[in-house]
Design a protein around this ligand. Structure first.
Ligand SMILES: [Fe+2]
Length: 315
């Protein structure tokens, strides 16, 4: 995995920067913070900036990990019972700023108006009553691998996850398309626009579909857009068998990482499918708790569905 372990000196620099930003902005949701995030991010340690720039530009891997940022388990408070119910949002402000500044080196954070109240930085926590749902707040059902927001052409390029707490070492799962050995004949079919994408359950208000290829870009190192649970069975036998072939190939290459507190994982949503293993939630304030952001490399792709050039919420 493309990985960076922060040194003590780097952590010191980051904390000084994060504290300065926290003194100016009450929340990472503020428009003023979001407009300045890229500028602040230029003050992160050079080695971290170079690491994320390489990840963005040369695509050395479909995932990268930044490790070593300290999370104070007492200060962040208990894992909230619902993403809407973090009692004191200031308790995680500094870690949210760090995640968002790292993300700003890859692009601009986006949110969906109908998803989790349009929040940019979201809590991934198990919710009581959602145990057997296949969404981010589920637990007992494996969250099957997928491209994030696959139905949308303006979906994010990256997902940023920051781990605050993961006591049962629940893995975040992923498969890198570059590690999947692909038959060129199947690749050819997967490059054709036979495939119908439907909105996943996190977009309940949308019924529109989009027809597109599953693989695109360079056939020797393709980009992927794939969420079999939210796609129609293709009409032709050739496309059906190519789709099944890719599902099997990804299943065989699925791996994962159990994030530790303070670790940030960035997933390239064009090179990697991701999911989460099942787990038994406790609902007692000690459950797995991640913060998540979605990052677009080019905000202009979604300009038709946002209110202003710098607006981040997709309507
Ligand atoms: Fe996801």
């Amino acid at each position: 995995m493309h990985r960076l372990d922060l040194t003590n000196e780097e952590v010191g620099m980051i904390r000084t920067l994060v504290e300065k930003v926290a003194s100016r902005h009450g929340s990472v949701e503020e428009a003023d913070f979001l407009e300045n995030a890229t500028t602040y991010a230029q003050e992160l340690p050079r080695r971290l900036r170079a690491f994320l720039n390489t990840f963005r530009l040369t695509e050395p891997s479909g995932v990268c990990l930044v490790s070593g940022y300290p999370v104070d388990d007492a200060k962040i408070g208990r894992t909230p019972p619902h993403w809407r119910q973090q009692p004191d949002s200031a308790s995680t402000r500094e870690v949210e700023i760090f995640l968002n500044l790292c993300g700003a080196l890859l692009g601009d954070a986006i949110a969906w108006s109908h998803q989790r109240g349009g929040l940019i930085c979201q809590d991934l926590v198990p919710i009581e009553g959602h145990e057997s749902e296949m969404i981010g707040s589920g637990s007992e059902l494996e969250l099957v691998w997928h491209t994030e927001d696959a139905r949308y052409s303006y979906r994010g390029d990256y997902i940023g996850l920051m781990c605050l707490r993961n006591p049962d070492a629940v893995p975040t799962t992923f498969a890198l398309i570059d590690e999947v050995q692909l038959d060129p004949n199947q690749v050819e079919v997967l490059f054709e626009p036979h495939f119908v994408f439907r909105p996943d359950p996190s977009h309940p208000s949308d019924n529109e579909v989009e027809q597109a290829p599953v693989l695109f870009g360079d056939p020797r190192s393709p980009y992927i857009r794939f969420d079999p649970y939210c796609m129609d069975r293709p009409k032709t036998e050739e496309a059906r068998s190519a789709m099944d072939y890719l599902i099997r190939a990804i299943d065989e290459n699925l791996t994962g990482v159990a994030l530790l507190p303070g670790e940030c994982l960035f997933i390239d949503n064009y090179k990697t499918v991701h999911g989460r293993s099942s787990f038994k939630a406790r609902f007692d304030g000690t459950d797995r708790w991640l913060k998540r952001i979605n990052i677009a490399r080019d905000l202009r792709k979604s300009r038709a569905v946002r209110k202003a050039a710098a607006a981040r919420v997709i309507l």
